[in-house]
Design a protein around this ligand. Structure first.
Ligand SMILES: CC(C)(COP(=O)(O)OP(=O)(O)OC[C@H]1O[C@@H](n2cnc3c(N)ncnc32)[C@H](O)[C@@H]1OP(=O)(O)O)[C@@H](O)C(=O)NCCC(=O)NCCS
Length: 301
């Protein structure tokens, strides 16, 4: 196929404003209905693109919209967390597939990564998506890791208390350094990068990070993003020297009871498919595996 056969043109925006947001949302819904996935998480992602982008990650963030006439038929979003990589999602309207639009969007997204000078561009592809997997292969992407999205099915019993002498407070900007330390001690990486992730979350619309203390010492953290009544939990970490004492289980049970009590649903959390320990803990707290996403690293030349 040559570019002459490919209909339409690309529009690039830094945030999805009112001109494009409804059409991109409608596109995601159409693709979800066609491909048989739950549009909730993807809609949340797209809606979040209409909020201002923190300056640290502005270079890593782009919305790529494929138009045919005045119709939005394709969309790709790149997003970064202040790390040395960006993640990319893409959808093309079912009636406009196999005409090179997806490939153009992915190549543009790789260009965003090149300009932001990151080492990795990760394509986030649902495991079941034949087109997505084939497109990733076409651009030479290699599997980095896979994550299962887990959804809360059964609310764990218990009261409003965290138990174990634990105290939770909502983190603010003065906590960024300690959040960075906790994050890097639990996930690896350097504390500055981990701090940048927390900094970009604090104050962002719908985002809350809880800092967990025990006996006056900060021992863990957990971050939630709430959008239109649905929540995703991320950045869940307990310092290694405090692991294995039931802190993670107590925090997660407390958090999901609290979110559920506020009428929030669905509640999702993602876990690396090789991380049996975390997945077991999440199951114990009432979560069940939903779909699997492959993270495929594209060659960025
Ligand atoms: C993945 C997706 C965006 C592809 O969009 P598209 O516009 O159809 O992709 P293209 O036409 O540019 O395809 C480029 C190449 O990818 C491969 N490919 C794409 N879809 C394919 C399919 N269903 N079967 C086999 N190969 C496919 C082919 O090599 C194709 O080149 P060719 O048509 O010359 O053979 C689209 O199928 C989609 O929206 N899927 C659901 C969401 C998703 O999985 N997104 C993940 C992408 S990060």
């Amino acid at each position: 196929m040559t570019s002459a056969d490919r209909p339409g043109h690309l529009v690039t925006t830094a945030t999805l404003d009112a001109r494009y947001l409804p059409d991109v949302m409608a596109l995601v819904e159409t693709c979800a209905a066609h491909d048989g996935f739950d549009a909730g998480a993807d809609e949340g992602f797209v809606r979040a693109r209409s909020y201002p982008v923190p300056p640290e990650i502005a270079r890593q963030t782009a919305d790529l919209i494929w138009m045919v006439g005045d119709r939005v038929v394709g969309y790709s979003g790149t997003y970064g967390f202040g790390r040395d990589e960006i993640e990319v999602v893409a959808v093309v309207h079912p009636e406009w597939r196999r005409r090179g639009i997806g490939l153009s969007l992915i190549n543009e997204a790789i260009g965003v990564g090149q300009r932001a000078e990151v080492s990795r561009v990760l394509l986030v592809v649902p495991r079941f998506s034949v087109g997505g997997q084939a497109l990733a292969e076409r651009v030479g992407a290699k599997r980095s890791h896979s994550e299962a999205a887990m959804v809360l099915r059964d609310v764990p019993p218990g009261g409003d208390d965290l138990g174990l002498g634990l105290v939770a407070k909502i983190a603010n900007i003065s906590d960024v350094a300690v959040l960075g330390e906790i994050g890097s001690s639990a996930f690896g990486g350097n504390p500055e990068e981990a701090s940048a992730i927390s900094r970009s979350s604090i104050g962002a619309i719908g985002r809350t990070i809880f800092l967990i203390a025990k006996g006056g010492e900060n021992v863990g953290m957990v971050s939630i993003a709430v959008d239109h009544g649905a929540a995703s939990i991320a950045g869940f970490a307990v310092r290694p020297e405090h692991q294995g004492q039931g802190i993670g289980r107590a925090v997660l049970k407390w958090l999901v009871r609290r979110l559920h009590g506020d009428g929030i649903a669905p509640i999702t959390i993602e876990v690396d498919v090789t991380n049996d320990r975390a997945a077991g803990l999440y199951r114990d707290c009432g979560f069940r595996e939903d779909r699997i996403y492959d993270y495929l690293a594209a060659a960025i030349g």
